[in-house]
Structures are given as structure tokens and as C-alpha cells.
Design a binder for this molecule. Structure first.
Ligand code: ATP
Length: 310
């Protein structure tokens, strides 16, 4: 796979009546990428994806697609796969009929579509439910069918909005493997999620977004090198944690309350462990201290807090 740019997005902004959903968002994807939009609820992920798909219009900014010989401002539907955040399938049709119908409008012959649909249903342990109405399936199983519908035609570019939503941990892991498989077979993937630990396992590039603004845009490996040098400790106390005293120590970047007497403390980059231990050992009600490796969640929280402070 080459690394040519197939999508270039520049300075997208979008305001709904009172909410500035996107501020000046710029990013690009290369062929073969697994690129993840990551951010909390309301960050602007779905808005971005809907603009890319030309479902809604941006107020300002530009989009350039250059995919498999096609170029334009709007995507070529024949090359796209889209898993929407909200369920979009016909709930009173048998699962297999929906899948064959949707695959056929994306150019697959009925027999080929039927074969591919059954293969995917087998894989996702739903073959025995093929003739049932979609509405009879559980939320997670409906998500599986929706996923199959979006990628059955092996799209050159798949946009997956919250693909792990409604799935149990075992199925989330399976989806990670399917998305990787799809990518290895030639699909470029743009996904959105608020589940950082899952995205960490799969994405090569990430766009961290908060309140419609870029927090980070780049390779996942680089984000750890650049920002992952913080110490994070899970600290338990015998009684109410002395949050005020911790804040006054001047070395803590973020404090999150995990449980009533347990905190997750992230220390500023460059603060040495012995300096941290010295401060903690002064606290009277300290119970236990456990070290944690830096992860995307910690990095995100600390970047957002820094952004607020600046
Ligand atoms: P989630 O993870 O909860 O799906 P998101 O990152 O996808 O969130 P968006 O759905 O893009 O976020 O929403 C961004 C902001 O725009 C939010 O504040 C949301 O309330 C607002 N918003 C989204 N759609 C509309 C709309 N149609 N009208 C008004 N405000 C909207």
C-alpha cells in the first residue's frame, strides 16, 4: 500500500444554533491508515464524520478526496462504507434480507452478497439468526449487523462512528481484529470513539478532540514519546483524600477521583519519582500507592487540562 494522501481536510468549522461544534479542524489521511477521532461526548466527532460524508455542511473549511482515481469535495459513495452512530437498518426485515439489499445497492450481485453476508454472520456468531427480524436481536447483535452492512462490500474507505458501542469486552476485541483485517485487505479506516483503551490497540494515527478543538493530531507512537513521560500513581487514603494539600504540592498535573478514598494522580513531566515520594510520605492518611504506565487516557486528560490553563 502506498502512503498517498487520499483525504485532506482544512480548517473545518461548524456552529449549530448556539454550540460551536468544530473550530478550525485540519487533518489528512493517507491510503492504508487506521485513523481515530478520539474525544469525550459532545467533542465534535460525529459532526466531523457527517461533514466528510456530506450529510451536513461545514460553515467554513475545505475537503479534498482523492481516492482510487476519483477526486472531489464530496466522497464517491461507491468507494465508501459508513457505520453510523445511530442504528440505520430496517428493523422489521430479516437480517439477511437487509444485508443482501444493502450490499446490492453498493454494487454486489445478489448471490455474491448473500454469500458474503452469511460468511460475516458465521464469523460474528449470528448465522442462526439470519432469518430473524433485526428488532428481535439484542443491542450488541444489532451493532454487529450494522457493522457487516457497512463493510460487506470491502469499501476503499470505511468511516466507523463508535464501532465498539454496545459490545461486550469479548466482542470489542473481535471487532478490533475485524477492523485490522479489513485494513490489511486494503480499506483505509477512519473511526471515532471515546473508548481510549480500545483505540490504543488499533489506531496508527489519532486526532484528539475536545470541545470541537484539536488537542493532538499525529502518530500514536509519537504521542507516547512526546507526552507519555509522566508518572501516574493510584493513591489510596485511609480517610478523605487531602486534595487541597496535593494541589498545593505544585508537582501534580491532574487529580481524578477514582473512588471516594482513591485518587489517580498524574505528575508533571520531568518530576522525579523521589520528589513525588517525598511529598506523598508527608501525608498522614496515606494508605497505598500503585504506579501505572502512561496511557492515552492520561495523556488526553493532561493535554486538555494544559489547554484550559493556557
Ligand atoms: P458523542 O461521543 O456523544 O457522540 P461527538 O463527539 O460525536 O459526541 P457531536 O455529536 O459531533 O459530538 O456534537 C458536538 C456538539 O454539537 C455537541 O455539543 C452537540 O450537542 C452539538 N450538536 C450536535 N448535533 C447538533 C444539532 N443537530 N443541533 C444542535 N447541536 C448539535
Amino acid at each position: 500500500m502506498t502512503g498517498s494522501k487520499i483525504l485532506e481536510v482544512e480548517s473545518l468549522s461548524k456552529k449549530y444554533k448556539t454550540v460551536q461544534a468544530l473550530h478550525d479542524i485540519t487533518f489528512s489521511l493517507e491510503e492504508g491508515d487506521i485513523f481515530a477521532f478520539l474525544g469525550p461526548n459532545g467533542a465534535g466527532k460525529t459532526t466531523t464524520l457527517r461533514i466528510l460524508l456530506d450529510i451536513i455542511k461545514a460553515d467554513t473549511g475545505s475537503i479534498k478526496w482523492k481516492l482510487n482515481g476519483y477526486s472531489g469535495k464530496v466522497p464517491n459513495p461507491a468507494l465508501m462504507g459508513y457505520l453510523p452512530e445511530e442504528r440505520g437498518l430496517y428493523t422489521d426485515l430479516p437480517v439477511i434480507r437487509s444485508l443482501v439489499y444493502l450490499a446490492s445497492i453498493r454494487g454486489m450481485k445478489p448471490t455474491e452478497a448473500h454469500h458474503a453476508a452469511m460468511e460475516w454472520l458465521e464469523k460474528l456468531e449470528l448465522a442462526d439468526r439470519a432469518k430473524e427480524k433485526l428488532q428481535n436481536l439484542s443491542k450488541g447483535n444489532q451493532q454487529k449487523v450494522q457493522f457487516i452492512a457497512s463493510i460487506i462490500h470491502k469499501p476503499a474507505f470505511a468511516i466507523l462512528d463508535e464501532p465498539f458501542s454496545g459490545l461486550d469486552p469479548l466482542n470489542q476485541e473481535k471487532f478490533i481484529a475485524y477492523i485490522q483485517e479489513l485494513n490489511q485487505q486494503g480499506s483505509t479506516i477512519l473511526l471515532s470513539s471515546h473508548q481510549m483503551p480500545l483505540v490504543e490497540k488499533i489506531a496508527r494515527k489519532v486526532f484528539l478532540i475536545n470541545n470541537g478543538q484539536e488537542v493532538y493530531n499525529g502518530h500514536l507512537s509519537d504521542i507516547y514519546k512526546k507526552y507519555g513521560q509522566h508518572h501516574t500513581l493510584i493513591v489510596s487514603f485511609d480517610s478523605e483524600p487531602p486534595i487541597g494539600q496535593l494541589k498545593e504540592s505544585g508537582i501534580i498535573e491532574s487529580i481524578e477521583i477514582e473512588e471516594s478514598n482513591r485518587l489517580r494522580l498524574t505528575f508533571a513531566q520531568g518530576v522525579a519519582l523521589n520528589q513525588i515520594m517525598e511529598k506523598l510520605s508527608c501525608l498522614e492518611n496515606l494508605h497505598t500507592v500503585k504506579s501505572e504506565n502512561a496511557n492515552l487516557h492520561d495523556i488526553f486528560v493532561s493535554l486538555v487540562q494544559n489547554q484550559k490553563a493556557n
